[in-house]
Design a protein around this ligand. Sequence first.
Ligand code: HMG
Ligand code: MG
Length: 316
Amino acid sequence: MGPRELGLPMRVAAPEPGELPTAVTIWEVGPRDGLQNEAEVVPLDVKLEFLHRLADAGLGVLEATSFVRPEWVPQLADAAELLAELHRVPGVRYPVLVPNPRGLDRALEAGVRDIAIFASATETFAQRNLNRSLDEQFTMFEPVVRRAVGEGLAVRGYVSMCFGDPWEGAVPVEQVVSVGRRLLAMGCEQLSLGDTIGVATPGHVESLLRAFVAAGVGVDRLAVHFHDTYGQALANTHAALRLGVSTVDSSAGGLGGCPYAESATGNLATEDLVWMLDGLGVKHGVDLGKLVATSAWMAQRLGRPSPSRVVQALAS
Ligand code: HMG
Ligand code: MG
């Protein structure tokens, strides 16, 4: 069964390959997107060592945890304790997810300087992930962004279900652009376009990025966030790089998923991304050996092998 049978659009834009960026910022989401989806809560000391090892491997942005309602994501209920014990490496950013004013209060108490709000491009996922309608999510985020920007925090805006939704099927590009533009107008400095259930293909990625550019949003304000359910995450990333995107989300060892999205599997593995960037001559600042060792160590803690092909090839 392919994207067409799933009712998903297969737009193929005319190829106009641009220069690849000379350097890419890897936005490492393993400690948050990865660990939020584990059946068992990962012990605090393992989370801390994971974060310390990722910083030591050269990753400059580590999405550390979430200040969401603990009943909704018990896996990350220890966010305050985690940040209290975390040894922050100078120069490394440690963003956290914040959905609402209560989450922002908790994040500020923990000394956070970098947050991400997370919106849905679809009505159903807004209800399931945020307990809000599509419109109500903006009402919830607005005071968060206003206060965070006022206090000098960096604010990223995620848009989930950009390429397909398990309940609604195809998601119109215009709907995604509309949600993204509302987040930017609110004060977000960057959008991360999420393929929450991993159904995107490269032509669709091109179409969405071109639609943002046509709506006046430069690629310098866009990041991509691919889950690898159908094995397309790396190809999709390459398509985004060719259009000038230079911030890519990935998770060490390919951990990840979303407890509120059926069929969401792991994110693009950071090791697979690094391998491709090395081959393309694009700078990223990561020590692949240290990263693979970290993911192999984490796979042992979690009791199952990493799905990353590069980890599998290099860890032995
Ligand atoms: P709600 O149940 O509607 O909460 O949840 P509420 O606003 O009605 O508040 C009820 C009670 O919860 C109140 O307590 C609040 O204080 C408390 P009471 O007054 O009754 O004693 N509460 C909180 N406590 C601690 N921290 C908070 C908080 N908020 C409320 N932040 C809410 C609404 C948005 C909070 C909930 O739906 C939620 O936490 N959702 C988060 C779900 C989530 O984390 N999903 C995974 C992340 S998204 C993702 O993975 C996708 C992404 O990777 C991109 C992609 O792949 O596409 C980012
Ligand atoms: Mg995700």
